[in-house]
Ligand binder design. Structure first.
Ligand SMILES: Cc1cc2nc3c(=O)[nH]c(=O)nc-3n(C[C@H](O)[C@H](O)[C@H](O)COP(=O)(O)OP(=O)(O)OC[C@H]3O[C@@H](n4cnc5c(N)ncnc54)[C@H](O)[C@@H]3O)c2cc1C
Length: 406
């Protein structure tokens, strides 16, 4: 039997990492929130690396203490050029201690993060969490109703669309998208390896894209573990899909120059065709888009959920400001402020990731030269390297806070 219709302040559609984080942050601000979604975790060896800016947000929301036991710290990121470019491209290391931090961020398995956030949402008295599938949206005078496939309805002042790249909420709000594809597939897996990672993430830049190892916590039978995101051509992905696990693990160990010795698979393997997506607008009538419903790009430099947590922080600020001023929390002024706050950050990440990805795929000499010069400048010039690092891990910081050591 369908649940009775309910009325809340804010409805979050989509219960992935972004939707659940949004529901928890909005509930912390005192709103009565409904969160609905399928509650399935994306497994397939996927993890999310969250950087210092995201950890500060999670600490401020008092969520971080509930996640530390599933999070592996990242103290350094090493970039190794393996494109065989005709110009020398130096390796680069970004270390937490260089910017006065103990860690740059933390890596969490998706299939641990999403259930943990769902548990926290279930325990929160301001959140009504249900497993439902959005079917339609109906507009009223000063509220909006979501209709689910069960026939159940939820009425709210504001709908937060966090229902992923194929967002139904976005479609029903009539918000268009532009999509593009890359000639790459990301292979993801969790790996057990012979040698310790010393909390380092290592990114090999190859002509088919980056091959990245990110530290994971140990398990009883696997003291040294990392997650893998390896971008490759569709043809290579098809070939590797057919490999036996041991043969695939050997290919991975060889691709990463046996930096952590021998390897074995410690999870299922995922294959994700790479695409980008941007939306025509971040908001509609009584609707705000966030997370992958609002932006998508290849998993380079671990940006996706980090960007989504910044969407959430901005949304909470905008609805709080509307409530504080006695305005409608789903009204046009609040939504306009949200869109204005988020558009520049989203735009720069989509363009930056696109450029970085395409610069590796081409063997056009001037592009290699530019990339080589960029890497050379960053490895030689301390302040530049630290500024780039802070931009990656703490993009919301005041910009004069950069360090003056050389
Ligand atoms: C290979 C890979 C590696 C990545 N690595 C990183 C990383 O290191 N760091 C990082 O920050 N980001 C990373 N990302 C991005 C990150 O995984 C996503 O941003 C993150 O999973 C959050 O996604 P989301 O919650 O916005 O969307 P999703 O995870 O897609 O969740 C959307 C949810 O909405 C539900 N839904 C859809 N339609 C409906 C409907 N009609 N009704 C109800 N529910 C619906 C879905 O079932 C799903 O549960 C990576 C992505 C990939 C592909």
């Amino acid at each position: 039997m369908a649940e009775p219709d309910i009325t809340v302040d804010i409805l979050v559609v989509g219960a992935g990492a972004a939707g659940l984080s949004a529901a928890l942050a909005l509930a912390n601000s005192g709103y009565n929130v409904a969160a609905v979604g399928a509650l399935e975790a994306a497994g397939n060896g996927r993890t999310v690396a969250l950087f210092e800016g995201s950890l500060r947000f999670l600490r401020a929301q008092k969520l971080w203490p509930h996640l530390t036991d599933i999070a592996a710290k990242i103290v350094a990121i090493e970039l190794i050029d393996a494109t065989n470019a005709p110009v020398p491209i130096p390796n680069l290391t970004f270390a937490a201690e260089e910017v006065g931090l103990q860690a740059l961020g933390a890596n969490i398995e998706n299939n641990k993060l999403v259930p943990r956030l769902a548990d926290l949402a279930r325990q929160n008295p301001n959140i009504h969490l249900t497993q439902e599938w959005l079917d339609d949206i109906v507009y009223g005078e000063d509220a909006i109703s979501a209709v689910f496939t069960s026939g159940h309805r939820i009425n709210a002042k504001l709908i937060v669309a966090a229902d992923g790249q194929r967002s139904t909420a976005r479609k029903k709000a009539g918000i268009g998208t532009r999509r593009w594809t890359y000639p790459q597939v990301a292979l993801t897996a969790l790996l057990a390896h012979e040698l310790p990672h010393h909390d380092r993430s290592i990114e090999f830049h190859t002509r088919s894209g980056p091959c990245t190892l990110v530290p994971l916590l140990p398990r009883a039978e696997a003291p040294h573990r990392s997650s893998l995101v390896w971008l490759m051509s569709a043809v290579e992905a098809e070939r590797r899909k057919a490999l036996a696990p041991a043969a695939l693990a050997d290919e991975i160990a060889s691709e990463v120059e046996e930096i952590f010795g021998t390897m074995r698979l410690d999870s299922d393997v995922g294959f994700f065709p790479m695409a980008g997506m941007r939306v025509a607008r971040l908001t509609g009538r009584r609707i705000a888009l966030l997370g992958e419903a609002a932006h998508a790009f290849p998993p380079l430099a671990a940006q996706g959920l980090n960007l989504s947590l910044r969407d959430i922080a901005a949304l909470v600020t905008c609805v709080d400001a509307a409530r504080g001023a006695g305005q409608d929390i789903g009204g046009a002024p609040a939504l306009r402020r949200y869109a204005e706050a988020r558009e520049p950050d989203i735009d720069i990440r989509i363009r930056g990731i696109d450029l970085l990805n395409r610069s590796m795929l081409t063997d056009f000499l001037p592009v290699d030269l530019a990339r080589g010069l960029g890497f050379f400048a960053m490895s030689a010039i301390g302040p530049l390297r630290r500024a780039a690092l802070l931009e990656g891990i703490l993009p919301d910081r005041p910009h004069h806070a950069s360090t003056s050591r050389s």
